[in-house]
Design a protein. Structure first.
Length: 340
């Protein structure tokens, strides 16, 4: 059931395309604490994205660089001097590893979520529209996948794909595929439920009457209306993808430092340093994980609240004309009733 009021629907149709984009439209609807959460989430996520994009410019050294013109880097050097965040036991610059690690995280998010959306949307459309035995089989399979922890699937995929070797290709692909397998049922269920609702709408019946094929109806009429909630699922799944990748690296199935920078693997190597009072090798990669996951989660939760009118903050009656707004709402509702 749609949660958009006639006034909101009319306003959305008249608004410019830029203001109808997922995050922009949610920002315009937010007020008070909801807007604060959304802004904080966008700032944290924006810093993460900019760091990944401009990593070659921001990082003082390469992710696997062990020396410069002055010679080899010292090992386990405290923060300061040429190494603002210190160095690791292997002689890597911690700041450079943290910055380059954002690129690895972005790569896993893009590969995993794109594959999940592609497979989940197609399966959801076909299952919800065709129904029958195919729908029942896909629903049972989707339910069964929930029984497998994502981290366990990631470990199995790492062994199967790369034989346990921590290469860039093997580590990223193992994490991405494991996340894809776990996330497909989420997209499948959402799209399937929307497809079942939409295929009973008059515009779908009209398309059938004029002789439109099932593929055309699913691709042209149902797909556009069934995918409006994907931005919300994307943000929440992106944060889970970061945690899965970090967990995979922490358990020793991550990416070798000579292949790419990965925060979970750096945390694994920093375990032995904690007993010696060397805190900087583990604190900063951990903060990078917390920063990214917190930003993505705040954005996702804010979008979730703003999609539900019961949770959405309301502006005070004195804002933007009060009575005029009420009159406009009544007029929109009356027009909607007459058109029905």
């Amino acid at each position: 059931m749609s949660t958009t009021t006639p006034l909101e629907a009319t306003t959305d149709r008249r608004a410019p395309l830029f203001k109808r984009l997922p995050v922009i439209s949610h920002f315009n609807k937010s007020v008070g604490l909801q807007r604060g959460m959304l802004v904080v989430g966008l700032v944290l996520t924006g810093v993460f994205l900019l760091t990944a994009i401009f990593a070659p410019l921001l990082a003082p050294y390469g992710f696997a660089q062990l020396s410069d013109a002055d010679g080899s880097f010292p090992t386990q050097q405290p923060p300061g001097g040429k190494h603002p965040l210190g160095t690791t036991v292997g002689g890597y610059d911690v700041l450079s590893r943290v910055i380059w690690g954002s690129q690895t995280a972005i790569l896993v998010i893009v590969v995993a979520v794109v594959l999940s959306i592609f497979a989940g949307v197609i399966l959801g459309l076909v299952s919800g529209y065709l129904g029958g035995w195919l729908d029942r089989v896909l629903v049972v399979v989707a339910d069964a996948i929930y029984a497998f922890p994502s981290l366990l699937v990631a470990i199995v995929m790492a062994i199967v794909i790369s034989g346990g070797e921590s290469s860039l290709f093997g580590g990223v692909l193992a994490a991405a595929i494991s996340i894809t397998v776990v996330f497909i049922p989420q997209y499948f269920r959402v799209i399937r439920a929307e497809t079942i609702r939409l295929k009973a709408e008059p515009f779908v019946e009209s398309a059938k009457v004029v002789g439109a094929s099932s593929i055309r109806i699913m691709g042209r009429h149902i797909y556009r209306n069934a995918t409006r909630t994907l931005p919300l699922i994307f943000t929440l799944n992106a944060s889970e993808a970061i945690l899965t990748l970090a967990g995979l690296g922490f358990l020793g199935f991550g990416i070798e430092p000579s292949s790419a920078a990965e925060w979970g693997f750096d945390l694994n190597k920093a375990l032995a340093d904690t007993t010696s009072g060397i805190w900087w090798t583990g604190v900063f990669p951990g903060l990078a994980i917390v920063w990214t996951v917190l930003g993505l989660t705040l954005v996702g939760e804010s979008i979730n609240d703003l999609n539900d009118p019961r949770l959405r903050g309301r502006k005070r009656a004195g804002n933007k004309g009060g009575p005029d707004t009420a009159a406009a709402a009544q007029a929109a509702i009356s027009a909607d009733v007459r058109s029905s």
